[in-house]
Design a protein around this ligand. Structure first.
Ligand code: CP
Length: 330
């Protein structure tokens, strides 16, 4: 997988990964994007690309036959939970789905460490979504099996960021030189936190467009500045839209607001319509981690630049790759 159209393919000097025994992710937790190097990303994306071709040609494979995944979701999810379930099933494995902890012993007061210890008695890998930042790292301290962070409060959502980067590569052919504009709730949106960290490994410019109250956390902006990333903050999309290569839209995260009136005041801050897109570049890529709740009009869906449904599909291949890699079977 090449990261920039005009730079070398990071793999070109080596045998293809598929002919090597490379166990760098075997038995590893996936907690944060910070644990990935550029070479790691190339490796994950190559495996994902192979699985994309296998799914297109065959639908399923038996790479993880006999393996069991447990999904443990303390917060609602459609895409992350169902794509991990589809991923293990398309790899020939099976799943213990706990997508609503109300119906598990969590509702009797069972702690996160005990719930993890229970599930790892039955499963080989656990995917965890939890409302508290740091919960995936806490679970990993008690776990003997790999924990995959599927979103920890306002912390991180590393597999989402991997699929976001994979989407940019698939749609645009490279990352270096891109201007990426993040729009919406940059304070509470964990997907933009993870994606900004990943993007900082490349030669990009990042614009942050949000209401004043929902700005990107200053510590994250400082981290990217230390890495020499050009960044720009504003409340007005029109100031950066004409120069934007990738427009990454997020919803205002209602569930993180303590004051419902504040959410009501901010929820319709930005709406992408065909009229807005008429002022964007012809080849601008429009992304959204979804779900959307009004910030991209459905009239935009047929615009070829709207990549958010393809983005969801790329998530399947990334999650197949992550499962196979942590189980040492890619
Ligand atoms: N993008 C994302 O995490 O979607 P879900 O909340 O539906 O899993």
């Amino acid at each position: 997988m090449t990261f920039a159209a005009n730079t070398i393919n990071v793999q070109s000097a080596r045998l293809p990964y598929s002919t090597q025994h490379d166990y760098r992710f075997k038995d590893k937790h996936i907690l944060s994007v910070s644990q990935f190097s550029v070479d790691d990303l190339a490796y994950v994306f190559d495996v994902a690309e192979e699985f994309r071709m296998i799914v297109r040609r065959l639908g399923v494979t038996d790479v993880l036959k006999g393996h069991v995944l447990a999904t443990l979701f303390y917060e609602p999810s459609t895409r992350t939970s169902s794509s991990f379930i589809a991923a293990i099933q398309r790899l020939g494995g099976t799943v213990i789905p706990i997508n609503e902890v109300r119906y598990s012993s969590v509702s009797k007061g069972e702690s996160l460490p005990d719930t993890i210890r229970t599930l790892e008695s039955y499963a080989d890998v656990i995917v965890l979504r939890h409302p508290e930042k740091g919960s995936a790292a806490l679970a990993a301290r008690y776990a003997r099996k790999p924990i995959i962070n599927a979103g920890d409060g306002i912390g991180e959502h590393p597999t989402q960021a991997l699929l976001d980067l994979f989407t940019i590569l698939q749609e645009r052919g490279g990352i270096d030189g891109m201007t990426v504009t993040m729009l919406g709730d940059l304070k509470y949106g964990r997907t933009v936190h993870s994606l900004a960290r990943l993007l900082s490994m490349f030669r990009v410019k990042v614009n942050y467009i949000s209401p004043e109250e929902l700005r990107m956390p200053p510590e994250l902006v400082a981290q990217l500045a230390e890495r020499g990333i050009e960044q720009y903050e504003d409340t007005a999309l029109e100031h950066v839209l004409p120069d934007t290569d990738v427009l990454y839209v997020t919803r205002i995260q209602q569930e993180r607001f303590s004051d419902p009136k504040e959410y009501d005041r901010l929820k319709a801050s930005y709406v992408i319509t065909p009229e807005v897109m008429s002022r964007a570049k012809k080849e601008c890529t429009l992304m959204h981690p979804l779900p959307r709740v009004g910030e991209i009009s459905m009239d935009v869906d047929d615009d070829p630049r709207a990549a958010y449904f393809r983005q969801m599909e790329y998530g399947l291949y990334i999650r197949m790759a992550i499962l196979a890699l942590v189980l040492g079977k890619a």
